[in-house]
Ligand binder design. Structure first.
Ligand SMILES: Cc1ncc(COP(=O)(O)O)c(C=O)c1O
Length: 471
């Protein structure tokens, strides 16, 4: 096995070229996987064999056949400090020696307390209470349930309408699917979902009002205003993915829209739930996306990078005012929600260590540098005829591909373009997973300038080849 010189061509910096004999995935592992496993978001009949990954370090995943693959999507948006980070490994091992788990009803433990203290210090002002759960979807379920019961406890039980935005994605459990946009992900379960009122999102490339961002005054906000006015005192909460709608197509917002959502929630007296499962912990260049508009939500949902991608953990954090509504001698006002692994000590300990790394490594400055490089590197791709839009925020760069720039027509989520591009990138040692016609790059923040430059070159090169092949 040899390590090739790095640069902007192929292979990626530090790429290990495997002995061609060993490039055949271990038939044992994949065959055994095929016998018993069922993968998420995967049509098991037609999907290619899963990548057998046996290790990871920094931005790279190590395949069983010796390939080093650059993790261009942070392993589903969770990884931030790199794979198998020595500091996080040590924190996990040390906590395992002390206490692996204890139930959180009636018990507490140091990692849960320390993490809550650190979160409250980092979160927007006014967020003072932390309720742990297991993942992003459960963090959202908790937020919705808190909002509904808050109004019951406030003797306003008629406030039970939830408002969510078009293109939203909030998770895969029944409540989080309900607040997500109707899509191929949710359609089979429509009969299970509760009714949600939907308002325009500021998807500027495909403006719902047909306006141009250069000249508009975030007029799309008036749709939310009308919805809240119509709902009157039946509205309980508005839920949004602040600044960046992820699975709905990496839609980057003008900050004025987010500021406007907060203003409207105040005016109509409803709770604002910020789903920062994707955007939290620096992904948009600020610790939390709400900071872009200098707002504080009433409830904020966290997961994914909370544990730097190590372990599943969710946190739904809220204000004194919401918390106080649950305090009573009447036990029926209790928030009856919990999971076996609520506040798992291993997950909390890694999350604490991750927050320490933010300070030690000045992680947010890294994301800023990445943003600058993504902007400079991806913007020029706008000139390619199949590129409809380029969107960059923090450590996320997205390219919306179209078949016709004039009409902006494009294939949907099931278009075969996505899997075709993903396979071609993988052949070059780069793991990307386009969302239909939206190709995006969201690496761990520890990616180097050289590795980012290499990735941008691969994207540009492949898109040019795609054009030639289909012209
Ligand atoms: C904004 C947002 N909310 C919630 C979720 C659901 O998180 P999980 O997959 O951990 O359940 C996701 C997942 O992508 C997300 O992007």
């Amino acid at each position: 096995m040899t390590t090739q010189a790095s640069g902007s061509g192929f292979p990626p910096p530090g790429f290990q070229v495997a002995d061609p004999e060993s490039r055949i995935p271990n038939p044992g592992l994949v065959a055994r996987d095929r016998l018993h496993l069922w993968h998420p978001y995967t049509q098991m009949q037609t999907a290619p064999a899963p990548l057998p990954i046996v290790g990871g370090s920094g931005v790279y995943l190590h395949a069983e056949d010796g390939r080093r693959i650059l993790d261009g999507i942070s392993s589903w948006w969770v990884n931030i400090h790199g794979h198998s980070h020595p500091v996080l490994n040590a924190a996990l091992a040390a906590q395992a020696e002390r206490l692996e788990h204890v139930m959180f009803a009636g018990c507490t433990h140091p990692p849960a307390v320390e993490l809550a203290e650190r979160l409250v210090a980092a979160l927007p002002t006014g967020i003072t209470r932390v309720f742990y759960s297991d993942n992003g979807s459960t963090a959202v379920e908790v937020a919705i349930k808190l909002a509904i019961q808050y109004w019951i406890n406030q003797s306003e039980p008629q406030r039970r309408a939830i408002v969510a935005l078009h293109h939203a994605y909030h998770g895969d459990t029944v409540g989080s699917m309900s607040v997500s946009e109707d899509s191929i992900f949710t359609r089979a379960f429509t009969s299970l979902l509760f009714h949600v009122h939907r308002a325009h999102a500021p998807y500027c490339y495909r403006c719902p009002l047909g306006l141009e961002r250069r000249t508009c005054t975030v007029d799309c906000l008036s749709n939310l205003e009308e919805t809240l006015a119509h709902l009157g005192d039946t509205a309980a909460a508005v839920i949004v993915e602040p600044m960046l709608q992820g699975a709905g197509g990496m839609i980057v917002w003008p900050r004025e829209f987010l500021a406007g959502v907060r203003r409207l929630c105040d005016r109509f007296g409803v709770l604002l739930i910020a789903d920062e499962v994707l955007t939290g912990f620096g992904r948009t260049g600020r610790m939390f996306a709400c900071e872009h508009a200098e707002i504080a939500p009433d409830i904020i949902c966290l997961s994914k990078a909370l544990t730097a991608g190590y372990l599943p953990l969710g946190a739904t954090c809220t204000t004194d005012a919401v918390y106080a509504a649950f305090l009573s001698h009447d036990r029926s006002r209790t928030f009856f929600h919990g999971h076996s692994f609520t506040a798992n000590p291993l997950a909390c300990a890694v999350a604490v260590a991750s927050l320490e790394l933010f300070e030690r490594d000045d992680t947010l400055a890294r994301v800023k540098r990445l943003e600058t490089q993504l902007l400079a590197g991806l913007e020029p791709l706008r000139s390619l005829p199949l590129v409809g839009d380029v969107r960059v925020i923090g450590g996320v760069g997205a390219i919306e591909l179209v078949t016709d720039r004039l009409t902006k027509s494009a294939g949907g989520y099931l278009d075969e373009l996505g899997p075709r591009l993903a396979a071609a990138f993988l052949d070059r040692g780069l793991l990307l997973r386009p969302l239909g016609n939206v190709l995006y790059f969201m690496p761990p923040y520890v990616i180097t300038e050289e590795e980012t430059a290499w990735t941008i070159n691969q994207i540009g090169d492949l898109l040019e080849r795609e054009m030639v092949a289909h012209s």
